[in-house]
Design a protein around this ligand. Sequence first.
Ligand code: FAD
Length: 277
Amino acid sequence: MTNSKLFSFEFFPPQTPEGVEKLIATRKQLAMLKPEFFSVTFGAGGSTQGRTLEIIRQIKAEGHSAAPHLSCVGSTRENIRTILNTYKDMGIKRIVALRGDLPSGMGSIGEFQYANELVSFIRVQTGEHFHIEVAAYPEFHPQASSPREDLANFKRKVMAGANSAITQYFYNADAYFRFIEEARKFGVTVPIVPGIMPIVKFSQLARFSDACGAEIPRWMRKTLESYGDDNTSVQAFGLDVVTQLCEKLLAGGAPGLHFYTLNQAGPSLEICRRLGL
Ligand code: FAD
């Protein structure tokens, strides 16, 4: 991978002190790759608000660039304004702006319905202070009424002021290239960085993929299933497949890679090593 490509690593805020300690060690390892930023997810409805902020503080204190995710569903303008001001005061410069998915049974959707409304709100409240990332879906968002509508919605987020996008993960490079082509035809010019999900455990990957609509191609699913509980083979296969995917994406012009680390350094590090970082 050449150094002109941007790469970044995503974490979730751990629930236990042990998880927090483990994440410090994970960051230390990944920091050696000098990423553009470390991002931290935010539970929809504000369920991880305090923990996200705490991890962002730690990343900042370690001297790295930190990008909090901020999901708006279930929230109020007042609450989002408070969070934005806190991040601004901390010197945070990048935010990943999302709608989020309200957990079932959890109250009303709040004062924002879609992510484009959050992007507009951030711009109105804080001007050009933040670099705003939004989500994009090469295999389409599961709730989109059609691929074209999904693209129109993506464009709406960019028109509202997003500077760049990170995609949902996928294992089919053609879906990404096709999406880029369509987005460009639609007049969307911002960088669209592929989200990369290393494969660590098949049951977990299958669960995530069912929930978010990311396809595991049949040949991959069948092979992974055939390994059963043999996680060593799952991981070896996963490293080969995902490294090849990254090579294809970068060779095809992807501006960088964003790794969904699941708070583990090993798989992302090994993929980056194989890519020649
Ligand atoms: P939106 O862009 O609002 O789109 C949601 C759906 O509504 C799409 O189907 C879209 O086509 C449709 N839509 C949008 N606008 C309209 C409109 N005006 N009329 C009709 N339909 C419309 N979730 C979290 O809770 N926390 C996180 O930290 C988090 N991080 C993520 C990071 C990345 C890189 C990605 C790709 C996803 C992340 N998610 C996170 C998941 C995300 O919140 C879900 O995928 C969610 O379902 C959609 O969020 P969005 O921001 O893409 O929503």
